[in-house]
Design a protein around this ligand. Structure first.
Ligand code: TA6
Length: 288
């Protein structure tokens, strides 16, 4: 269906009333709600809905690169492309289908994509909503008989929070991270949980553990589990950077935090015919 902004969206619903809205533009999850109708993802009130460009918020897919190195646009082109519904996807494990409401999307390079990134790939994305409201995103990226290529990828996940000063993130203790505020220099996280008092723009490395985002004020904990995604991006632009973003309100940094399952430090290389799978599962516990 088309939503109020004229964007093609697919609505996933769980039997108990949880829901998710997935846009064909960019394969972007625009909304993920609990069975009580609470919106768990942040979307900027100044978001620009100009299909197929990515919308500020939700979960844009950063592929085939994260960041703005090299010839591609920032975070690659996948989030700015129209995806199609994949009517007969190659089978996934029954756990990824049984009892779930899901959609399969497919992105293949256009002629102009091949000019900037000359690799023939197929990117299959399954977004699935489980009966208990968990959201799962499974990416399967295949090299279609071309020379080996490498890519980095991130599910750029904007979580909605009541107030950033009420948020702490656990599961990244002792991890090394690349700090985008210091020319991607490498540091080691000493503290216990992460708390937020200023701009943060980091890629935590080799974190296979579960990551949890605690928002005390509203008694909500989001649990992030991932496979094939060793890194975790943590980003909050804070006040100064927010003012530089056209599609982001000056005060909105207080109500969002990006914690992204990603594979960035060690790009993934696929030989002809090889396929990579990356899986992200988001769940809410202790919700009010
Ligand atoms: O989260 C890391 C980051 O690269 C930040 O530096 C900031 O640029 C953010 O992504 C948003 O990027 P975007 O291209 O969506 O404005």
């Amino acid at each position: 269906t088309k939503d109020k902004n004229g964007i093609e969206v697919v609505v996933l619903r769980s039997p108990r009333g949880a829901s998710a809205r997935v846009s064909l533009h960019g394969g972007q999850v625009l909304s993920w709600k609990t069975d009580r109708g609470e919106e768990l993802l942040f979307t900027s009130s100044k978001a620009i809905f100009k299909p197929p460009a990515a919308v500020r918020g939700g979960i844009p897919i950063c592929f085939p690169q994260f960041g703005n190195r090299g010839a591609l646009e920032q975070h690659g082109f996948a989030r700015n492309k129209i995806w199609v519904i994949d009517r007969n996807p190659p089978p996934l494990h029954p756990n990824d289908s049984d009892g779930k409401s899901y959609i399969d999307l497919l992105l293949k390079p256009s002629q102009e994509d091949l000019k900037v990134w000359p690799h023939s790939f197929e990117f299959r994305l399954r977004v699935a909503l489980a009966a208990d409201g968990y959201l799962t995103m499974i990416s399967r990226i295949r090299n279609i008989n071309c020379k080996p290529f490498s890519f980095s990828i991130a599910y750029h996940t904007y979580f909605s929070v009541s107030d950033i000063s009420e948020v702490r993130v656990e599961g990244l203790e002792t991890r090394d991270y690349l700090d985008n505020l210091y020319q991607r220099e490498r540091f080691t996280e000493q503290g216990d949980a992460l708390t937020f008092e200023s701009e943060v723009d980091r890629v935590y490395l080799n974190s296979t553990h579960t990551v949890a985002v605690f928002n005390h004020e509203i008694k909500r904990t989001i649990v992030i589990r991932k496979e094939g995604l060793p890194d975790v991006v943590v980003w909050n632009p804070w006040e100064k950077k927010s003012k530089l973003l056209l599609d982001f309100g000056d005060e909105e940094y207080k109500h969002m935090l990006c914690v992204d399952g990603a594979a960035i430090e060690k790009p993934i290389t696929l030989k002809p015919g090889e396929e990579w799978t990356g899986r992200l599962e988001l769940s809410v516990v202790n919700s009010t």
